[in-house]
Design a binder for this molecule. Structure first.
Ligand code: GTQ
Ligand code: FE2
Length: 349
């Protein structure tokens, strides 16, 4: 038997019964069981790619002349999954957007229940402030704004700054648990010098009396360090057949994911490598840092190069092919599925 629903027959007396009970807010499960409890995951999300240079950057810059960061609050173009139009999500559980902040602009401080990550795409040296500490952003850096932390962004450089936002908006929406609070001041008062968190929590050491929290105390994971680790790994051994050389970002105090709802990784695929077929239940968003190649998802081929974003939906078998040495950042809802005992993977040869 395949995964599609097996319809129960619906003779007139059954249909009449369904019509009779509907006013009482009752409905027959047997009409719907197979679409609710499916044999394997069925997602409305489709595999898709956004080509940055051709189809994202030009429109982001147009948005830059149409609305200010201040008026927009956040000047973001949503990367909307073509299988879920109008729903502001890239996978069923995650939101992604491309955010632009122009020279001299400020995106005012606020905080919200939703957790956010930033993955820096273009520009150099604009800041995000999180809980009173500014961090300067460079391409490839992975920056956190955990749930209910104050954050504002500013660009004191002379070039546009663009990053990929990843948020758990659809998860918080599902749970009807959204809160947000704007700040009275546009920019937070700086209470700690840049680099303070990294010194305290990012040197494989922790303050002696530190108690682990839900979110990582490190809020910028610089690309330089990540790249260095992957370069060394790629020199020291063979790549894994399914992942190449792949590392996940951690909360240094727990070894768990940096935030409770979103996990993230960086992987290096040696030039010429084709990964073995793989699927997992966490639909995954990729941002290409280096290299060119394609990812085959079922019968769809997604071709990519630096700064492109692509998405592989839940449980869809895929293979990456790196035409040249490639570095891929990725994020997903895996920590949620792990916590609930739902996460599964399948590694084929
Ligand atoms: O930068 O604070 O893409 O609050 C969506 C919601 C970015 C942000 C988004 C947000 C932000
Ligand atoms: Fe925000």
């Amino acid at each position: 038997m395949n995964d599609t629903a097996q319809a129960v027959s619906r003779p007139p007396e059954r249909q009449a019964f369904y019509d009779n009970i509907a006013p009482y807010r009752l409905a027959p499960l047997w009409e719907r069981l197979h679409t609710l409890v499916t044999r394997t995951p069925i997602t409305p999300a489709l595999p898709a790619v956004w080509h940055y240079d051709e189809n994202v950057r030009p429109y982001l810059m147009q948005a830059g002349s149409l609305i200010s960061a201040r008026e927009a609050e956040r000047r973001v173009l949503i990367l909307e999954n073509p299988g879920m139009q109008g729903q502001a999500c890239i996978t069923h559980s995650l939101f992604a957007g491309m955010q632009l902040i122009l020279p001299g602009e400020v995106a005012p401080a606020h905080r919200h229940a939703q957790s956010a990550l930033r993955f820096i795409i273009e520009g150099n040296g604009a800041y995000t402030a999180v809980e009173g500490e500014r961090t300067l952003m460079q391409p490839g850096d992975f920056v956190l704004t955990p749930s209910w932390t104050w954050h504002d962004h500013g660009n004191d450089t002379d070039r546009p700054m663009v990053w990929l936002d990843g948020l758990d908006i659809p998860i918080v929406r599902l749970l009807d648990a959204s809160f947000m609070e704007p700040s009275n001041a546009d920019s937070q008062t700086v209470s700690r010098p840049p680099g303070d968190s990294y010194a305290r929590y990012g040197a494989n050491m922790l303050p002696v009396d530190y108690k682990p929290a839900r979110a990582s105390p490190v809020f910028n994971y610089p690309y330089e360090r990540t790249r260095e680790a992957l370069t060394t790994l790629s020199r020291n051994g063979e790549p894994d057949a399914h992942f190449g050389h792949k590392l996940r970002y951690v909360n240094p105090a727990t070894g768990g994911s940096p935030m409770p709802t979103i996990g993230a990784s960086m992987q290096l695929l040696p030039g010429g490598l084709t990964t073995a077929p793989y699927r997992s239940t966490d639909g995954t968003v990729y941002s290409v840092v280096e290299g060119e190649g394609e990812t085959v998802v079922g019968d769809t081929t997604l071709t990519w190069k630096p700064r492109d974003v692509f998405v592989v939906p839940s449980w869809q078998q895929h293979q990456h092919h790196a035409r040249s040495e490639a570095v891929l950042f990725s994020f997903s809802d895996r920590p949620v599925q792990d916590a609930l005992g739902l996460w599964r993977e399948e590694r084929l040869q």
